[in-house]
Design a protein around this ligand. Structure first.
Ligand code: 3HC
Length: 692
């Protein structure tokens, strides 16, 4: 089978692209398609051409792996599209699966598009920090109108073929066999002349006000990003300039976006997210258990949020609490969440009831006996968790997965109280658990491959991004965030104001800085941990400035007062009382205040994450640097266009990172030191070799 098969169906030439898994426009594909057009051109018996994808999809886009190749080696998508647009016989794109990015651009350059009802069409380039670079910015507005084209190109989400048909983007929906339908369509339109070309149409619906509003909109939705504003510029050109001008400008701006650190960061995350699911030793043949019913212990904020993920995926949940009150409260929060979604029009009331009907509340843990997975989500106390797991061991059916949602505790110790530690795993959801996409899958020493593989599959099913991590205090995300929190506190001791430290992270694109995050999570949690740890270690009671804030009764957003004031309940406003407390604190402790630049604050905060990340990698708690990046993007709001903290460090150069850490009095982790000396990046580190 060649990359592009040519088959004659009477007077129609069918070109089938065979480039699994997603028929990306990789090397070989343009050559095959050109050969097909050559054949069609050279044969008077061919009156029309169909382009179709073999396997599960039409072309899912340019091949992202070739983006960094020199231009001469990269597949020439634009060259093929230019030829297709000028082709003198009718061409029909036959779309199933997904026609995305360059795939949709190929379809747009065909004379006609037909699709199966369940196909999806979109221009997701913005998600990779680029823009549709093969005519999409110029043709899409000319077919669906400017407002819809902007929505599709700035949001990057595909639309269904049924909607595409209504918009005129698809000419015909094919019921039954796509290939047959496409051939029949091609034959029926073989003689129509002149050939309708989208490049010759006008783009309707644009106005100065619309473009101004779009520019204003991306300030919120895509803060700090380059490619969305280029997309708007190009859509505007589609309304005001001849096609050729827009087409040429698009090529230039595509290169500009593609060569930006933002695009490198986003592409890194695209692949890192997919790599994260690949675990040495697990194969397609690793047996998995089908999850038909779940049990959740604890109907608090975490338990309720976790339950919603299962209900959304159609998996029945039995939820256990210790009192009727707590159970009622938990259920009413879940219902309210669903009703709020329904108010926004994203669920029907029927769907709300459907989901609530999948939920069985109970006070009897014995009701979990039929669950395929049981997730414990009670508060962080080892004794309580051990007691629960001892009881679960007696109740759960053989083969059930016993999971803990602990965010810090030792999963090995929890597993040790059961007679089946191989069935025990950590599933660390992030709050709010029904919203945040990250799931840290904590593999304990004895967790079986099958339980791990089932957990990874489950993550996908409940629409989470699962990342496998090892057991240590705080696993990956929280262990790193502790170092970051320490560094933020130090910055303030040295003279920065809390809002300065937060602003340093806003500058990098994080929605919240370390102190806004602490106030939101509640300052008392960290306070209690610090007090407890000091007591256990026989050390004096901690007396940091943050401890003093908590002791003044300011526990964060929930008490309307923490490091910041919250006059309207949510928005942090710098607090005069914190300034006063800090002045007194620094005087009492004899601390000298100095001006700290935003650059220093940013470097110290991010590099504290990176340095701990390097230790985590060395210890094998995370497999690859990309796993850590995925954790920070989906769990902590690190901007995806920075590629995550480890990628950011790679972009800055590890030599510079190590030098900066030293300048600020920190010791670079050995792995960071080693890679810096070797002139390598975290991405280039051969983690499999390093671990033998
Ligand atoms: N280039 C290279 N590899 C790609 C790819 C692409 N465009 N799209 C997917 N892949 C790879 C994935 O990395 C993965 O590889 P792996 O098996 O080695 O991990 C494999 O194909 C399967 O992908 P998924 O695991 O994501 O499979 P799904 O079935 O879940 O999803 C999909 C399929 C919806 C097509 C999804 O892969 C996707 O969204 N792909 C990206 C599509 C995209 O962004 N296209 C635009 C590219 S940019 C462009 O076209 C520029 C142009 O305008 C000039």
């Amino acid at each position: 089978m060649s990359t592009v098969d040519q088959t004659r169906e009477g007077d129609v030439l069918v070109l089938t692209i065979n480039n699994p898994p997603v028929n990306a426009f990789s090397p070989g594909v343009p050559e095959g398609l050109h050969a097909g057009l050559d054949a069609a051109e050279g044969d008077a018996g061919v009156r029309s051409v169909v382009i179709i994808g073999g396997g599960r999809t039409f072309i899912a886009g340019a091949d992202i792996k070739t983006f960094d190749l020199p231009r001469e080696q990269a597949p020439d998508l634009r060259g093929f599209i230019a030829r297709l647009d000028a082709f003198t016989k009718p061409t029909v794109a036959a779309i199933h699966g997904t026609a995305l990015g360059g795939g949709l651009e190929v379809a747009l350059a065909c004379t006609y598009r037909v699709a199966t009802r369940d196909a999806q069409l979109g221009l997701p380039e913005v998600k990779l920090g680029v823009l549709p670079g093969a005519g999409g910015t110029q043709r899409l507005p000319r077919v669906v109108g400017v407002p819809k084209a902007l929505e599709m190109m700035l949001g990057g989400n595909p639309i269904k073929a049924t909607e595409a048909k209504e918009l005129g983007l698809v000419d015909e929906l094919v019921e039954g066999d796509l290939r047959e339908g496409a051939v029949a369509f091609a034959r029926a339109h073989a003689d129509e002349r002149p050939l309708p070309r989208l490049s010759e149409r006008r783009a309707e619906g644009g106005s100065p006000e619309l473009f101004a509003a779009a520019r204003e909109g991306i300030r919120k939705t895509h803060r700090g990003q380059l490619s969305p504003s280029l997309i708007i510029d190009l859509a505007e050109m589609a309304t005001s300039q001849p096609f050729q001008e827009g087409w040429d400008a698009e090529a230039r701006l595509f290169m500009q976006a593609k060569d930006s650190p933002q695009s490198r960061g986003l592409r890194h995350i695209f692949f890192a997210e997919r790599e994260a699911g690949k675990i040495p030793g697990l194969t397609r043949d690793t047996p998995t258990t089908e999850i038909r019913a779940a049990g959740i212990i604890g109907a608090g904020t975490m338990g309720g949020g976790i339950a919603m993920n299962f209900l959304n995926a159609g998996i029945p949940v039995t939820i256990v609490e210790t009192s009727q009150d707590a159970l009622d409260r938990g259920l009413s929060v879940i219902r309210k969440n669903y009703e709020n979604t329904a108010k926004k029009g994203r669920l029907t009331l029927e769907q709300v009831e459907g989901r609530m009907n999948l939920l069985t509340p109970t006070l009897d843990m014995g009701d979990l006996k039929d669950a395929d997975i049981i997730i414990e989500a009670v508060f962080e106390n080892m004794d309580v968790k051990k007691d629960i797991f001892t009881r679960l061991d007696a109740i759960a059916k053989p083969g059930a997965i016993l999971a803990t949602n602990t965010s810090t505790l030792d999963v090995n110790e929890i597993a040790s109280v059961t007679s089946r530690p191989e069935q025990v795993i950590g599933l660390h959801f992030f709050s709010p658990a029904n919203v945040m996409r990250l799931l840290e899958i904590v593999r304990a020493d004895k967790t079986s491959d099958s339980v791990l593989a089932t957990s990874l599959a489950l993550a996908r099913r409940i629409k989470k991004v699962g990342v496998v991590v090892g057991v240590c205090d705080g696993f990956v995300g929280n262990r790193m965030i502790h170092r970051y929190g320490d560094e933020a506190r130090k910055l303030v001791e040295e003279g920065a104001r809390p809002q300065d430290a937060d602003a340093a992270m806003h500058a990098l694109g994080l929605p919240m800085g370390p102190f806004e995050m602490s106030d939101m999570a509640g300052l008392d949690v960290g306070y209690l941990i610090r007090q407890h740890q000091a007591k256990v270690a026989g050390k004096p009671k901690p007396d940091g400035w943050l401890d003093r804030i908590v002791e003044a009764g300011r526990k964060g957003q929930k008490t309307q007062a923490g490091i910041y004031d919250y006059p309207d309940g949510r928005k942090p406003v710098p607090a005069a009382s914190t300034d006063e407390l800090l002045t007194t604190y620094r005087q009492e402790k004899g601390l000298q205040s100095r001006e700290i630049s935003q650059e220093e604050a940013t470097e110290r905060l991010v590099y504290s994450l990176v340095n701990e990340g390097a230790r985590i990698l060395e210890e094998g708690i995370a497999q690859r640097a990309g796993d850590i990046d995925v954790i920070y993007i989906y769990g902590y709001g690190f901007p995806a266009y920075r590629g995550g903290p480890m990628r950011y460090a790679d972009e800055m150069g590890l030599k510079n990172v190590a030098a900066a850490l030293e300048k600020y009095g920190q010791t670079p982790a050995p792995l960071l030191r080693q890679l810096a000396d070797e002139g390598k990046t975290f991405e280039q580190w051969d983690w499999e070799k390093a671990r033998g």
